[in-house]
Design a protein around this ligand. Structure first.
Ligand SMILES: *Cc1c(COP(=O)(O)O)cnc(C)c1O
Length: 204
């Protein structure tokens, strides 16, 4: 996945021309402002990967095919209602806080909040549960992320082995510019790469 947040439409078009189809954005408002200029890229696949407030659910369901950062049952319910109102399905990943960091979004492995979300999958019938996503604690050495990636894979395997109704666990979104090689070694199915593709982002 090419993480195109903060990149203007021209840069995104360049990546598209080079063959890139899967893109990640982290702000509904920012993407909403550039989507007009990208509408002709018919087979581009736009994923929301940033923290989402529930009041953005309707707009998100309009703009994106998938949300890779679902971190609460409440958000899932809002996205489900929004997708249903549009008569479409929205693919989702459940975001996991593998490092248990208080400042980070994501559900904690073993928590009742995670169980509630997974258990609600059959009722949330406009959502397609496809797997897990994580942003591990920042470490200077990419090898430092390895135990977190491994934990996410093991959590995915554990959940998959339970055969929960309406919960598929095929996708493991982990790894960014500085640690994607390690993430792939640990079983990532989707690395989210921004800087290594587009260069340093302008500071906001
Ligand atoms: C920005 C972002 C990325 C990409 O980060 P890079 O270090 O630029 O590759 C990946 N995942 C999420 C959730 C992001 O917000």
């Amino acid at each position: 996945m090419a993480v195109s947040k903060t990149q203007p439409p021209d840069r995104i078009r360049e990546a598209y021309a080079a063959g890139q189809r899967l893109f990640g954005e982290n702000r509904v408002q920012e993407f909403g402002g550039k989507v007009e200029a990208l509408l002709d890229l018919k087979d581009a696949d736009w994923h929301m990967i940033g923290h989402l407030q529930t009041n953005k659910a309707a707009k998100t369901a309009e703009l994106f095919r998938a949300v890779d950062s679902v971190d609460s049952l409440k958000l899932a319910e809002k996205l489900n209602a929004a997708a249903r109102a549009l008569g479409r399905k929205l693919e989702i990943l459940v975001e996991i806080n593998v490092g248990g960091e208080s400042a980070k979004s994501g559900l904690v492995p073993g928590s009742s909040a995670l169980e509630d979300l997974l258990g609600s999958a059959p009722r949330l019938d406009a959502l397609v549960f496809r797997g897990l996503m994580t942003v591990p604690p920042l470490t200077s050495d990419p090898q430092g992320a390895r135990p977190y990636f491994r934990n996410l894979r093991e959590l995915r395997d554990t959940i998959a082995s339970r055969n929960l109704p309406s919960v598929a666990m095929d996708e493991l979104s982990m790894g960014m510019s500085h640690d994607f090689e390690v993430a792939i070694e640990e079983g990532s199915t989707c690395v989210r790469v921004g800087t290594a593709i587009f260069g340093e982002r302008a500071k906001a």
